[in-house]
Design a protein. Structure first.
Length: 461
């Protein structure tokens, strides 16, 4: 994006509601010329701030555009901190196009770039970076849990946590720097040694925050469930059954699935990415070998693996699947109807003493006989809910946050080594840790990442 309100003072405008035909469309303007632009379109004075008024909008030639509801927000009491105007139009394409074209012809106005309204709100200290990211997450939320996490972050939950940690470090830093200039002879290890327990306690809080099983990130991006097994283990059939749609080709021919197939599910209000992968075996060609490589890569990244074994093979687990049976694995015995038909059993059961040690559990299903699928669906829902349920302390939601927190912990580790030995280095370690925390909220040194953050926003926000 590369623009901000200081470098580019022009008034910006954009359609802030969704594109396409709708009952109402909202066009937003922000900047010093916003009120003048409204007067140019309506031929009337700007209404009192925060009061809606009905205005006939016309273009420069006098042609009628729309009978619109308009609202003015006087800066700094606005979303961006600048003068802001909202035009609530009828949502027809011709209406919106006509208004945007008329605005583009007004001197001092230009179309907004992605995320530029939020960027100006950040520049004018109306939002910190975590709140801005929460706003973007709220716009893109698809499940109830994503909505709740976004609202919590938008309300400042992460900001308050990180700024509290940063404030405590800055307070300790003040004592450390004072000790450099005025050493306390009464303390054998100096102030660094005296504040060391408090700083290490804070480091432990940050470390515990990091060890969260990607809870917040999984909620933003979707909990990854990978279906894996040997060819013809029923992976694609299971995917179709859980998705309640024929999204994958099902065939008796081995190697039908050559690449990962991913669908989105809502399990109990939580977003899930369900991924079908190529059957794992000795590949018969370059394309299948690449599919298997990708399948194993997805399995490594998974939050949960459904390891499929045919009922005809049970209790033997194929060697290619044994390494994946760990604390992230749910064993799924498939095609149980074939086992029942061959053996005369009325219902296939998995004995507890047959299960590998350390796995989450096991389920038995038959898509053909519609057996066990509801139970498996409930099991998955419960597991996802347990894995991503909100905690009292807000979860970090982005890799950017995680890296900054890891940097802070690294600096505090170095402080631990220098405390009581080199006061100058110890103080510098704490200063760098506080700086790392400040980067998350945007308090310090974030110019190099602002373009990346706000370019992910939609135009009009």
């Amino acid at each position: 994006m590369g623009q901000n309100s200081q470098k580019k003072p022009e008034t910006i405008f954009a359609l802030s509601s969704g594109a396409g035909t709708a009952g109402v469309a909202v066009v937003r303007l922000s900047g010093a010329h916003a009120f003048a632009a409204l007067e140019a379109l309506s031929g009337k004075p700007v209404p009192e701030a925060r009061y809606a008024a009905l205005r006939l909008l016309t273009d420069g030639s006098g042609a009628r555009l729309d009978q619109a509801l308009v609202i003015a927000f006087k800066g700094p009491a606005s979303f961006t901190g600048e003068d802001v105007v909202e035009l609530h139009l009828h949502g027809g394409r011709a209406v919106v196009a006509g208004v945007l074209e008329a605005l583009d012809k007004i001197q001092g106005l230009r179309p907004a770039e992605p995320g530029e309204f939020s960027r100006r709100a950040f520049d004018n200290q109306k939002l910190d970076l975590t709140e801005a990211e929460g706003l973007n997450d709220l716009i893109h939320a698809q499940t109830a849990a994503q909505r709740e996490q976004a609202l919590r972050q938008m309300d400042g939950a992460l900001r308050d946590l990180y700024e509290d940690w940063r404030g405590r470090l800055v307070a300790h830093l003040a004592h450390l720097e004072a000790d450099i200039d005025f050493p306390d002879e009464d303390l054998p290890e100096g102030v660094a040694g005296a504040v060391r327990p408090n700083i290490l306690s804070l480091k432990q809080e940050i470390t515990q925050h990091l060890v969260d099983g990607r809870r917040g990130e999984a909620l933003r991006e979707g909990f990854r469930i990978v279906i894996m097994g040997e060819p013809n283990a029923g992976k694609s059939t299971l995917l179709n059954s859980l998705a309640k749609s024929d999204v994958a080709i099902v065939s008796d021919e081995e190697g039908t699935t050559r690449d990962a197939i991913e669908i989105q599910l809502d399990l109990g209000g939580y977003p899930v990415r369900l991924i079908d992968t190529a059957g794992v075996r000795e590949g018969q060609g370059a394309i299948e070998q690449e599919g298997i490589r990708r399948a194993l890569a997805r399995a490594e990244e998974a939050d949960l693996r459904l390891v499929l074994v045919r009922a005809d093979d049970w209790p033997k687990v194929p060697e290619s699947m044994q390494k994946w049976l760990d604390e992230k694995a749910l064993l799924v015995i498939t095609q149980t109807d074939r086992r029942e038909a061959a053996s005369g059993e009325t219902m296939f059961h998995v004995k507890h003493d047959e299960l590998p040690v350390g796995i989450i559990g096991a389920a038995s299903v038959s898509a053909k006989a519609d057996h066990g699928l509801d139970e498996l669906f409930d099991t998955l829902t419960d597991h996802v809910r347990d894995a991503m349920a909100p905690r009292e302390v807000p979860s970090l939601t982005r890799v950017r946050h995680r890296r900054a927190l890891e940097d802070a912990v690294e600096h505090l580790d170095r402080f631990d080594q220098n405390a009581g030995m080199d006061a100058v280095l110890a103080a510098e370690d704490v200063r760098m840790a506080a700086r790392s925390l400040g980067k998350i909220t945007g308090r310090v040194g974030v110019e190099d990442i602002l373009d990346v953050i706000f370019s992910d926003f939609c135009i009009g926000k």
